[in-house]
Ligand binder design. Structure first.
Ligand code: HAM
Length: 424
C-alpha cells in the first residue's frame, strides 16, 4: 500500500511550525481583545452564491466548489468577510452597531502553490461593521499595526490607497461597473497595459496613467498631489479627502510607516473605500490586507451597513517572522517526565502526575512501560526539564526522585513540595 501525501497546496504543520502558528493566533486573539473584537466561529462550507456574490472574478475562479449529497452548490470559504456579512444579516441582525467581530481559521483558494502561497491557508480576520466614519478605518489599520508590533515584526510598512479614487475617475468618464471591476483586477496584478486597454476614453486612460505615477511616503504631500490631479472629478476628490482624514487619524495616534498609492487595487471586488496591504522588505508578498466595503451587507439582503475590515495571512506572517529570526515568545512553565520504576507503582505515579498537572506543570507520563534508563534517555532528547522518578524506597518516605536534566542534579523531594520545587 503506498503512503498518502497531503493534497497539493495543503500542508501539515509540525513542531516549530505548529508552534509558530499557535503563537501568531494567540497574538491575534490578544489584539482582538485589546480592540474590543468578539470572536465568532463560522462554517468552512458556505453556499456558493454567498461566497461568489461580490468577491470578484479572481476569487470566483479559485474556489473549491462542490455539490453536497443534497445537491446544494457549496464551496470552501476563500475568506471570512462574506460569512461575517451573512451573520450580520441573520443572527446578529438586531445587535447594536458597531459590531466588532474576530475570526481565525483556514480558508481555501486554488492558487498556484509556492512559498507563501497555499491552497489551504490560515487567516486572522477582523470586521468592524456599522460605521462609515474614518475613525473606523483608522482602527482597522491601527490594530493591524499593533498585531505586527506585538509579534516583534520589524520594518513592516503599509501600502494604502482608496478604491474611490480610481472608481471615481472611471465612473465619471462613463466606464460601466463591470469594466471597472475588470480594470481593477488588472491593476491589482500590476498589469497596467492590460488595464488601460480596457478603457476606451483616451482622457480616462491618461488619468489612470498619471495616477499610477503618484506614490509617496509623505502622506500629506501625496494626498495633495492626488487632490490636484483629480480636480474636476468630484467623487475621486471626495475619496482623496476621506483618505486624508483616515491618514491624519492614523499618523496622529501611532508611529506607522506607510506609502500612499492611489492606483493600488485589491483582488476583492467588494471594496468601496480605503484599502491597504502590509509588507516587510524581506518578502514581496502581502502579509495582510483589508479595506472598507460599504455595500456588501445590503447586497446580502441586510440593512445598508457600512463596514471595514482586514485579514492577516498567518502562513505568511510565520514566514516573515522566520525570515527576521524573531523569537516566538519564550516558553513558559516547566516540562516534566514522570516515570514509575516498577509496574506496580503506575497508579501512584499517575496520581503524582495528576497533582503536578493540577499545579499547572506540563507532564509527560511514561506510557511505553520502558526501563528507567531508556525513559530518561528519551526525556533528554525531548528537552524535558525534570524527570520525576517514582520508586519504592522514596515512596516509603512520601518522596520521589527529582532529576534536573539540564545540570544532571538529582535530589529526593517530599511529594507535597514537589510542584513548588519544580516551578522554582
Ligand atoms: P486578501 O488580501 O485576499 O483579503 O487576503 C488576506 C491575506 O491572506 C493576504 O494578505 C495574504 O497574507 C493571505 N493570503 C491570501 N492568499 C493566500 C494564499 N494563497 N496562501 C497564503 N496566504 C494567502 C481578504 O481575504 C479579505 N477578506 C480581507 C478583508 C477583511 N477585507 C475586509 N475585511
Amino acid at each position: 500500500m503506498p503512503t498518502f501525501q497531503t493534497v497539493r497546496g495543503m500542508r501539515d504543520l509540525i513542531g516549530p511550525e505548529a508552534e509558530a502558528f499557535t503563537h501568531i493566533i494567540a497574538k491575534a486573539r490578544e489584539t482582538a481583545e485589546l480592540y474590543g473584537f468578539k470572536e465568532v466561529i463560522t462554517p468552512h462550507v458556505e453556499p456558493l452564491e454567498l461566497l461568489s456574490a461580490k468577491s470578484g472574478e479572481e476569487i470566483r475562479q479559485r474556489m473549491f466548489i462542490f455539490k453536497d449529497l443534497g445537491e446544494r452548490q457549496v464551496a470552501l470559504r476563500p475568506e471570512f468577510t462574506a460569512s461575517i456579512a451573512r451573520l450580520t444579516t441573520t443572527a446578529l441582525k438586531n445587535e447594536p452597531k458597531p459590531l466588532r467581530l474576530f475570526s481565525v481559521g483556514t480558508v481555501y483558494r486554488y492558487d498556484e502553490p509556492q512559498r507563501g502561497r497555499y491552497r489551504e491557508f490560515w487567516q486572522s480576520n477582523f470586521e468592524l461593521m456599522g460605521s462609515a466614519k474614518p475613525e473606523a478605518d483608522a482602527e482597522i489599520v491601527l490594530l493591524t499595526n499593533s498585531l505586527m508590533a506585538s509579534l516583534g515584526m520589524k520594518g513592516f510598512a503599509f501600502k494604502i490607497g482608496h478604491i474611490g479614487v480610481i472608481r471615481g475617475i472611471l465612473s465619471q468618464d462613463g466606464v460601466d461597473e463591470k469594466t471597472q471591476n475588470a480594470v481593477l483586477q488588472r491593476m491589482d496584478k500590476k498589469e497596467y497595459d492590460a488595464a488601460l486597454k480596457l478603457v476606451e476614453s483616451e482622457k480616462c486612460r491618461g488619468m489612470l496613467e498619471g495616477l499610477i505615477e503618484i506614490k509617496g511616503n509623505d502622506w500629506r504631500d501625496t494626498v495633495e498631489q492626488i487632490k490636484s490631479f483629480v480636480a474636476g472629478y468630484e467623487k475621486a476628490k471626495a475619496a482623496a479627502d476621506n483618505l486624508a482624514e483616515i491618514l491624519m487619524l492614523i499618523s496622529e495616534s501611532a508611529d506607522i510607516t506607510l506609502t500612499v498609492e492611489p492606483a493600488f487595487a485589491r483582488g476583492l471586488e467588494y471594496y468601496t473605500g480605503m484599502i491597504f496591504e502590509i509588507y516587510i522588505p524581506e518578502l514581496d508578498i502581502a502579509l495582510g490586507g483589508g479595506g472598507r466595503y460599504d455595500r456588501l451587507i445590503e447586497a446580502f439582503g441586510g440593512e445598508p451597513t457600512p463596514a471595514v475590515g482586514c485579514a492577516q495571512g498567518i502562513d505568511r506572517v510565520a514566514i516573515a517572522l522566520q525570515e527576521q529570526k524573531a523569537a516566538l515568545g519564550t516558553k513558559t512553565g516547566k516540562h516534566v517526565a514522570v516515570t514509575p520504576i516498577t509496574e506496580a507503582l503506575k497508579p501512584v505515579a499517575l496520581k503524582i502526575a495528576q497533582q503536578l498537572r493540577a499545579a499547572g506543570i506540563s507532564v509527560e507520563f511514561e506510557v511505553m512501560g520502558r526501563k528507567m534508563a531508556k525513559a530518561l534517555e528519551d526525556a533528554d532528547k525531548r528537552k524535558v526539564d525534570y524527570a520525576v522518578i517514582v520508586g519504592e524506597r522514596e515512596l516509603k518516605e512520601n518522596c520521589v526522585m527529582l532529576k534536573n536534566l539540564a545540570n544532571r542534579e538529582q535530589s529526593t523531594v517530599h511529594i507535597p513540595e514537589l510542584a513548588e520545587k519544580i516551578k522554582n
